[in-house]
Design a protein around this ligand. Structure first.
Ligand SMILES: [Zn+2]
Length: 186
């Protein structure tokens, strides 16, 4: 701390810095919205149930996508994780709450975080979520997702377990034998 009051020049500089930060965040939010809208547009295939009322387009499930479509969906998810989930909703890393900054290399995390993001998109929409939507999202989606993902036995168990550490060690996923082998073996 200093007793010297900031000069008008310093204040102007601070304001300029803050303005730049706000502009950057605004741009990221706009990018997120744009990506979300374009992805919804791609997935739009209104289903008529014969009664005349059109059902909303099904949300894209990331595990059903491949190639460029998967990359695009992951990029949109990554923006949300970086700018919304991480700063606002992630607790500090500890041995009882590991995390991985390269979460996209853990397929179970991609699946869970994408599902969490879909729920966020629905429940933070006033028409769908109403006034309780964000709270319901936190209770029904955020908490169980984090309980599982950040469990000491979860997919990040071998990654970062201390603040500031940046370990990344994807765990081996359990394997299964194709059904055809089970009938021919033994
Ligand atoms: Zn990792």
């Amino acid at each position: 701390m200093t007793d010297t009051p900031p000069t008008a020049e310093q204040l102007a500089e601070d304001v300029a810095d803050l303005t730049a930060t706000v502009n950057g965040l605004t741009a990221q939010l706009e990018e997120t919205q744009r990506l979300a809208e374009s992805l919804q547009g791609q997935g739009a295939s209104p289903v008529s149930n014969g009664g005349g009322a059109e059902q909303p387009a099904a949300p894209p499930l990331i595990l059903k996508l491949s190639g460029e479509e998967y990359d695009q969906e992951l990029a949109a998810l990554a923006i949300w994780v970086e700018y919304v989930l991480a700063p606002a909703f992630l607790n500090e890393i500890s041995s009882s709450a590991p995390w991985c900054e390269r979460w996209w290399e853990h397929l179970p995390a991609v699946a869970r975080l994408h599902a969490l993001w879909l729920a966020w998109q629905e429940l933070t929409t006033p028409e769908a979520g109403g006034y309780t939507g964000p709270s319901v999202w936190a209770r029904d989606h955020l908490r169980p997702t984090m309980d599982e993902l950040r469990s000491p036995t979860g997919p990040f168990a071998a990654c970062a377990t201390k603040p500031g550490s940046a370990n990344h060690s994807p765990l081996r996923q359990p394997t299964v034998q194709p059904l055809s082998q089970s009938s021919t073996s033994g």
